[in-house]
Design a binder for this molecule. Sequence first.
Ligand code: BJW
Length: 236
Amino acid sequence: MTIPPHIVVLTGAGVSAESGIDTFRAGTNGQPSLWEQHRIEDVATPEAFARDPDLVLRFYDMRRAAIQTKAPNPAHLALARLDAAWPGHVTIVTQNVDDLHERAGAHGVIHMHGEHLSAWCATCDTRTRWTGPLADRPPCPACAAPTLRPDIVWFGEIPYRMDDIQAALAGADLFVSIGTSGAVYPAAGFVRLARELGAQTLELNLERSQGSAWFDETRLGPASEVVAAWVDGLLG
Ligand code: BJW
């Protein structure tokens, strides 16, 4: 009996761009990107949070509210279809902090950079599902301390579930990178690692990423089209 290939999918901001969520680096649809509107050092580092917590909490409150008004697009739906119908194993690792993969129906998604809809208590280390604002310093539901922060991996912090990701990459037959610029490590290094461990590698993106040369194949176009076509091709 032949074992069906294990597919590891890595997604980035490009998979959610057509749902109306800003990418970080190059803007899309005439919109400036997030880092063109805000300096990384002011909002996405632990030092920024220590220096000006109100600014950082308001920035994430705004984005947490915004993602709840967005809907999954055909790329998220295609990946959920693959997750449900592929006879082998599918692991979806996302750098995205929105919940659009889950709302499309995907299961077991690894959020390596955290999640907007989760708050983390700096006092008792409890994580709580959170949909409202944090800037008004609500008490932690577990310990009542007013020390909740966004459950987001900022620059200089260690991404989540690296052991699970390494294990998935070690067992991957096919590694597919979707809508990520390849500018941020460790995710940018996954293609090299997957390749060294024996996987075929495929990039689906609007334009070539920084690590494009590491992929066996690149298919260019909007995620809503290229991801759906790739999944249709696999599922037949
Ligand atoms: C479309 C599309 C459409 C558009 N269809 N496609 C020097 C060298 C190497 C590394 C470092 C270094 N100095 C510091 C570091 C480490 C640092 C790092 O990588 N810095 C770089 C800037 C160089 N990394 C870290 O600090 C990380 N931690 C770490 O390394 O810990 C050490 C450690 C690791 C492992 C084990 C043990 C120890 C933490 C990184 C945290 C990243 N956090 C952010 C913010 C999250 C919160 C928030 O949302 O505010 O995560 S940064 C931001 O970038 C966000 C994203 O997840 C991440 C990646 O961005 P992504 O997804 O690639 O988006 P874009 O905008 O860059 O690209 C969009 C893509 O979509 C483009 O390619 C478009 O073409 C495409 N696209 N429309 C298809 N319709």
